[in-house]
Design a protein around this ligand. Structure first.
Ligand code: ZN
Length: 311
Protein backbone atom coordinates (compact mmCIF):
# COMPACT_ATOMS: atom_id res chain seq x y z
CA UNK A 1 0.00 0.00 0.00
CA UNK A 2 1.24 3.46 -0.86
CA UNK A 3 0.76 6.68 1.07
CA UNK A 4 1.26 9.43 -1.51
CA UNK A 5 1.82 10.07 -5.19
CA UNK A 6 5.54 9.41 -4.99
CA UNK A 7 4.94 5.99 -3.47
CA UNK A 8 2.16 5.26 -5.96
CA UNK A 9 4.61 5.78 -8.80
CA UNK A 10 7.43 3.83 -7.17
CA UNK A 11 5.24 0.83 -6.23
CA UNK A 12 3.71 0.74 -9.71
CA UNK A 13 6.52 1.81 -12.01
CA UNK A 14 5.28 0.23 -15.25
CA UNK A 15 2.16 -0.71 -17.15
CA UNK A 16 2.21 -4.33 -15.97
CA UNK A 17 2.23 -3.51 -12.26
CA UNK A 18 -0.54 -0.95 -12.81
CA UNK A 19 -2.72 -3.49 -14.64
CA UNK A 20 -2.08 -6.12 -11.98
CA UNK A 21 -2.99 -3.65 -9.28
CA UNK A 22 -6.19 -2.68 -11.08
CA UNK A 23 -7.14 -6.35 -11.59
CA UNK A 24 -6.67 -6.97 -7.88
CA UNK A 25 -8.79 -3.95 -6.93
CA UNK A 26 -11.46 -4.74 -9.48
CA UNK A 27 -11.82 -8.50 -9.09
CA UNK A 28 -9.97 -9.39 -5.92
CA UNK A 29 -8.63 -12.66 -7.36
CA UNK A 30 -11.79 -13.89 -9.11
CA UNK A 31 -11.87 -12.60 -12.67
CA UNK A 32 -15.44 -11.79 -13.71
CA UNK A 33 -16.36 -11.53 -17.39
CA UNK A 34 -17.66 -8.00 -18.02
CA UNK A 35 -19.96 -9.26 -20.78
CA UNK A 36 -21.82 -12.07 -19.02
CA UNK A 37 -20.61 -11.91 -15.38
CA UNK A 38 -19.29 -15.48 -15.65
CA UNK A 39 -16.68 -16.15 -12.96
CA UNK A 40 -14.43 -18.57 -14.84
CA UNK A 41 -11.97 -16.96 -17.23
CA UNK A 42 -8.67 -17.92 -18.83
CA UNK A 43 -5.60 -15.75 -18.70
CA UNK A 44 -4.30 -15.19 -22.23
CA UNK A 45 -1.58 -13.16 -23.94
CA UNK A 46 0.75 -13.49 -20.98
CA UNK A 47 -1.71 -11.94 -18.53
CA UNK A 48 -2.52 -8.91 -20.65
CA UNK A 49 -5.96 -10.14 -21.59
CA UNK A 50 -8.53 -12.70 -20.46
CA UNK A 51 -11.02 -14.97 -22.13
CA UNK A 52 -14.39 -15.93 -20.76
CA UNK A 53 -14.79 -19.69 -20.23
CA UNK A 54 -18.53 -19.63 -20.67
CA UNK A 55 -19.55 -21.57 -23.77
CA UNK A 56 -22.14 -18.96 -24.79
CA UNK A 57 -19.74 -16.05 -24.40
CA UNK A 58 -16.03 -16.78 -25.07
CA UNK A 59 -15.39 -13.04 -25.21
CA UNK A 60 -11.90 -11.67 -24.84
CA UNK A 61 -11.41 -8.69 -22.59
CA UNK A 62 -8.83 -6.82 -20.56
CA UNK A 63 -8.81 -5.32 -17.10
CA UNK A 64 -10.10 -2.00 -18.43
CA UNK A 65 -13.00 -3.41 -20.49
CA UNK A 66 -16.27 -2.08 -19.17
CA UNK A 67 -14.65 0.54 -16.97
CA UNK A 68 -14.24 4.29 -17.28
CA UNK A 69 -10.88 3.53 -18.90
CA UNK A 70 -12.43 1.28 -21.53
CA UNK A 71 -11.80 1.92 -25.23
CA UNK A 72 -9.08 4.38 -24.40
CA UNK A 73 -5.59 4.24 -25.85
CA UNK A 74 -4.10 5.78 -22.76
CA UNK A 75 -2.02 3.53 -20.52
CA UNK A 76 -3.46 2.49 -17.17
CA UNK A 77 -0.50 4.13 -15.44
CA UNK A 78 -1.66 7.54 -16.70
CA UNK A 79 -5.22 6.83 -15.67
CA UNK A 80 -4.17 5.93 -12.14
CA UNK A 81 -2.15 9.11 -11.84
CA UNK A 82 -5.05 11.18 -13.16
CA UNK A 83 -7.46 9.56 -10.70
CA UNK A 84 -5.05 10.24 -7.88
CA UNK A 85 -4.59 13.88 -8.87
CA UNK A 86 -8.29 14.67 -9.27
CA UNK A 87 -9.45 12.87 -6.14
CA UNK A 88 -6.75 14.46 -3.99
CA UNK A 89 -6.75 18.07 -5.27
CA UNK A 90 -9.06 19.91 -2.94
CA UNK A 91 -10.20 22.46 -5.51
CA UNK A 92 -9.93 20.25 -8.58
CA UNK A 93 -7.44 20.18 -11.44
CA UNK A 94 -7.77 21.68 -14.89
CA UNK A 95 -7.42 19.63 -18.05
CA UNK A 96 -4.39 21.72 -19.06
CA UNK A 97 -2.60 21.07 -15.82
CA UNK A 98 -3.45 17.37 -15.83
CA UNK A 99 -2.25 17.07 -19.43
CA UNK A 100 1.08 18.68 -18.55
CA UNK A 101 1.57 16.57 -15.45
CA UNK A 102 0.86 13.16 -16.94
CA UNK A 103 1.88 13.89 -20.54
CA UNK A 104 -1.23 13.79 -22.72
CA UNK A 105 -3.07 16.28 -24.89
CA UNK A 106 -5.45 18.72 -23.26
CA UNK A 107 -8.40 17.05 -25.00
CA UNK A 108 -7.47 13.66 -23.56
CA UNK A 109 -7.05 15.27 -20.16
CA UNK A 110 -10.48 16.87 -20.39
CA UNK A 111 -12.12 13.60 -21.35
CA UNK A 112 -10.27 11.68 -18.62
CA UNK A 113 -11.42 14.16 -16.01
CA UNK A 114 -15.03 13.79 -17.09
CA UNK A 115 -14.80 10.04 -16.93
CA UNK A 116 -13.21 10.17 -13.50
CA UNK A 117 -16.01 12.46 -12.30
CA UNK A 118 -18.38 9.66 -13.23
CA UNK A 119 -16.65 7.54 -10.60
CA UNK A 120 -17.12 10.31 -8.09
CA UNK A 121 -20.86 10.46 -8.52
CA UNK A 122 -22.86 9.82 -5.39
CA UNK A 123 -24.66 6.50 -5.66
CA UNK A 124 -25.84 6.26 -2.10
CA UNK A 125 -29.57 5.98 -1.66
CA UNK A 126 -29.49 6.61 2.09
CA UNK A 127 -31.41 9.74 3.00
CA UNK A 128 -29.72 12.40 5.08
CA UNK A 129 -31.20 12.69 8.58
CA UNK A 130 -30.84 14.61 11.84
CA UNK A 131 -30.09 18.28 11.34
CA UNK A 132 -29.85 19.18 7.67
CA UNK A 133 -28.71 22.53 6.33
CA UNK A 134 -29.89 23.50 2.86
CA UNK A 135 -28.68 26.43 0.82
CA UNK A 136 -28.22 27.38 -2.82
CA UNK A 137 -25.06 28.63 -4.48
CA UNK A 138 -24.87 30.38 -7.82
CA UNK A 139 -21.94 29.71 -10.06
CA UNK A 140 -22.38 32.32 -12.73
CA UNK A 141 -20.00 35.10 -11.89
CA UNK A 142 -20.46 36.60 -15.31
CA UNK A 143 -23.80 38.05 -14.37
CA UNK A 144 -23.08 38.76 -10.74
CA UNK A 145 -20.80 41.64 -11.64
CA UNK A 146 -23.87 43.45 -12.97
CA UNK A 147 -25.15 44.13 -9.52
CA UNK A 148 -22.37 43.33 -7.09
CA UNK A 149 -21.75 46.18 -4.68
CA UNK A 150 -24.97 48.01 -5.44
CA UNK A 151 -27.21 48.87 -2.47
CA UNK A 152 -30.09 46.37 -2.20
CA UNK A 153 -32.80 48.87 -3.23
CA UNK A 154 -31.04 49.48 -6.55
CA UNK A 155 -30.85 45.84 -7.50
CA UNK A 156 -33.39 45.13 -10.12
CA UNK A 157 -35.25 41.91 -9.50
CA UNK A 158 -34.88 40.85 -13.11
CA UNK A 159 -31.17 41.41 -12.98
CA UNK A 160 -30.90 38.99 -10.08
CA UNK A 161 -33.35 36.62 -11.60
CA UNK A 162 -31.34 36.42 -14.75
CA UNK A 163 -28.45 34.79 -12.94
CA UNK A 164 -30.71 32.62 -10.86
CA UNK A 165 -31.70 30.62 -13.86
CA UNK A 166 -28.11 29.85 -14.57
CA UNK A 167 -25.68 27.71 -12.70
CA UNK A 168 -27.60 27.22 -9.49
CA UNK A 169 -26.81 24.30 -7.24
CA UNK A 170 -28.56 23.36 -4.03
CA UNK A 171 -26.44 21.84 -1.29
CA UNK A 172 -27.82 19.80 1.57
CA UNK A 173 -25.48 19.03 4.44
CA UNK A 174 -26.12 16.68 7.30
CA UNK A 175 -24.43 18.26 10.27
CA UNK A 176 -21.27 16.24 10.96
CA UNK A 177 -22.00 14.05 7.95
CA UNK A 178 -22.32 14.11 4.19
CA UNK A 179 -23.33 16.72 1.68
CA UNK A 180 -25.46 16.13 -1.38
CA UNK A 181 -25.48 18.59 -4.21
CA UNK A 182 -27.96 18.92 -7.01
CA UNK A 183 -27.63 21.20 -10.01
CA UNK A 184 -30.75 23.12 -10.91
CA UNK A 185 -31.14 24.37 -14.43
CA UNK A 186 -34.06 26.47 -13.38
CA UNK A 187 -33.98 27.87 -9.92
CA UNK A 188 -37.43 27.60 -8.43
CA UNK A 189 -39.19 26.19 -5.39
CA UNK A 190 -40.30 23.10 -7.25
CA UNK A 191 -36.72 22.07 -8.05
CA UNK A 192 -35.52 22.98 -4.58
CA UNK A 193 -38.12 20.80 -2.91
CA UNK A 194 -37.63 17.98 -5.33
CA UNK A 195 -33.93 17.91 -4.44
CA UNK A 196 -34.68 18.03 -0.71
CA UNK A 197 -37.32 15.31 -0.90
CA UNK A 198 -34.97 13.05 -2.84
CA UNK A 199 -32.12 13.44 -0.38
CA UNK A 200 -33.47 14.22 3.07
CA UNK A 201 -35.47 11.98 5.33
CA UNK A 202 -38.88 13.43 6.28
CA UNK A 203 -39.23 14.68 9.87
CA UNK A 204 -35.58 15.81 9.83
CA UNK A 205 -34.79 19.27 11.12
CA UNK A 206 -34.17 21.51 8.14
CA UNK A 207 -32.15 24.68 8.54
CA UNK A 208 -32.26 27.27 5.77
CA UNK A 209 -32.03 30.99 5.27
CA UNK A 210 -35.04 33.22 4.85
CA UNK A 211 -35.36 32.70 1.09
CA UNK A 212 -38.87 32.29 -0.28
CA UNK A 213 -37.73 29.15 -2.03
CA UNK A 214 -37.92 27.28 1.25
CA UNK A 215 -41.31 28.58 2.35
CA UNK A 216 -43.67 25.68 1.99
CA UNK A 217 -46.43 24.76 4.42
CA UNK A 218 -46.91 21.30 3.07
CA UNK A 219 -43.40 20.00 3.53
CA UNK A 220 -42.78 17.22 6.06
CA UNK A 221 -39.74 18.78 7.72
CA UNK A 222 -39.27 20.80 10.86
CA UNK A 223 -37.95 23.92 9.15
CA UNK A 224 -36.05 26.58 11.08
CA UNK A 225 -34.37 29.55 9.50
CA UNK A 226 -31.91 32.35 10.04
CA UNK A 227 -32.52 35.75 8.48
CA UNK A 228 -29.41 36.68 6.57
CA UNK A 229 -30.65 40.02 5.32
CA UNK A 230 -30.97 41.13 8.96
CA UNK A 231 -27.38 40.00 9.45
CA UNK A 232 -28.48 37.08 11.57
CA UNK A 233 -26.14 34.15 10.89
CA UNK A 234 -26.68 31.94 13.94
CA UNK A 235 -29.79 31.55 16.06
CA UNK A 236 -29.30 28.95 18.82
CA UNK A 237 -28.18 25.88 16.92
CA UNK A 238 -29.79 27.10 13.72
CA UNK A 239 -27.35 28.08 10.98
CA UNK A 240 -26.32 27.11 7.45
CA UNK A 241 -22.58 27.58 7.92
CA UNK A 242 -21.62 23.99 7.08
CA UNK A 243 -23.28 24.01 3.70
CA UNK A 244 -22.08 27.56 3.04
CA UNK A 245 -18.50 26.47 3.71
CA UNK A 246 -18.89 23.65 1.24
CA UNK A 247 -20.43 26.04 -1.29
CA UNK A 248 -17.55 28.46 -0.96
CA UNK A 249 -14.92 25.74 -1.55
CA UNK A 250 -16.80 24.65 -4.64
CA UNK A 251 -17.22 28.20 -5.83
CA UNK A 252 -13.57 29.10 -5.38
CA UNK A 253 -12.59 25.87 -7.12
CA UNK A 254 -14.87 26.43 -10.08
CA UNK A 255 -13.81 30.07 -10.49
CA UNK A 256 -10.12 29.50 -9.78
CA UNK A 257 -9.47 26.18 -11.52
CA UNK A 258 -12.15 25.66 -14.12
CA UNK A 259 -12.96 29.36 -14.82
CA UNK A 260 -15.92 28.62 -16.97
CA UNK A 261 -18.04 25.53 -16.82
CA UNK A 262 -20.88 24.62 -19.05
CA UNK A 263 -24.23 24.23 -17.35
CA UNK A 264 -24.62 20.92 -19.07
CA UNK A 265 -21.78 19.57 -16.93
CA UNK A 266 -22.66 21.39 -13.72
CA UNK A 267 -23.89 18.25 -11.96
CA UNK A 268 -20.61 16.46 -12.76
CA UNK A 269 -18.61 19.25 -11.12
CA UNK A 270 -21.00 19.24 -8.15
CA UNK A 271 -20.37 15.49 -7.79
CA UNK A 272 -16.63 16.04 -7.90
CA UNK A 273 -16.66 18.56 -5.05
CA UNK A 274 -19.15 16.67 -2.90
CA UNK A 275 -17.20 13.44 -3.34
CA UNK A 276 -14.04 14.99 -1.95
CA UNK A 277 -15.97 16.70 0.84
CA UNK A 278 -17.68 13.48 1.87
CA UNK A 279 -14.39 11.64 2.05
CA UNK A 280 -12.58 14.47 3.84
CA UNK A 281 -11.79 12.36 6.91
CA UNK A 282 -9.75 9.73 5.05
CA UNK A 283 -6.32 10.07 3.44
CA UNK A 284 -5.72 10.79 -0.24
CA UNK A 285 -4.45 7.25 -0.81
CA UNK A 286 -7.53 5.74 0.85
CA UNK A 287 -9.82 7.96 -1.21
CA UNK A 288 -7.99 6.89 -4.36
CA UNK A 289 -8.43 3.20 -3.53
CA UNK A 290 -12.10 3.59 -2.66
CA UNK A 291 -12.83 5.52 -5.83
CA UNK A 292 -11.56 2.56 -7.89
CA UNK A 293 -14.59 0.61 -6.70
CA UNK A 294 -16.64 2.77 -9.03
CA UNK A 295 -14.60 2.23 -12.20
CA UNK A 296 -17.19 0.06 -13.88
CA UNK A 297 -19.02 2.90 -15.54
CA UNK A 298 -18.23 3.67 -19.11
CA UNK A 299 -18.90 7.02 -20.66
CA UNK A 300 -18.57 7.39 -24.38
CA UNK A 301 -17.38 10.58 -25.92
CA UNK A 302 -20.72 11.01 -27.68
CA UNK A 303 -22.59 10.70 -24.43
CA UNK A 304 -20.36 13.34 -22.99
CA UNK A 305 -20.71 15.94 -25.70
CA UNK A 306 -24.36 15.12 -26.35
CA UNK A 307 -26.96 15.74 -23.71
CA UNK A 308 -27.14 12.26 -22.35
CA UNK A 309 -25.49 12.99 -19.02
CA UNK A 310 -28.05 11.74 -16.59
CA UNK A 311 -28.35 13.42 -13.27
ZN1 ZN B 1 -18.54 -13.98 -20.64
Amino acid sequence: MFKNLRELISTMPDEKTCRDYLAKERWNGVIICPYCQHDKCYVIEGGKRFKCASRECYQKFSVVTGTIMGASNLPVSKWLMAIYLLTSSKKGISSYQLARQIGTSQQSGWFMLHRIRLMMKNRSTTLLSGIIEADETYLSRKYRSDYKGLPPQEIDYNMKNKIKNKGAVIGMAERGGEVRVKAMFDNNAKNVWQAINENVKPVSELHTDESNLYKNDEQPYNRKHVTHYKREWVKGNVHVNTVENFGSVMKRGVYGIYHHISYKHLQCYADEYSYRYNSRKITDAERFTISLQNIEHRLTYNELIGKKINQ
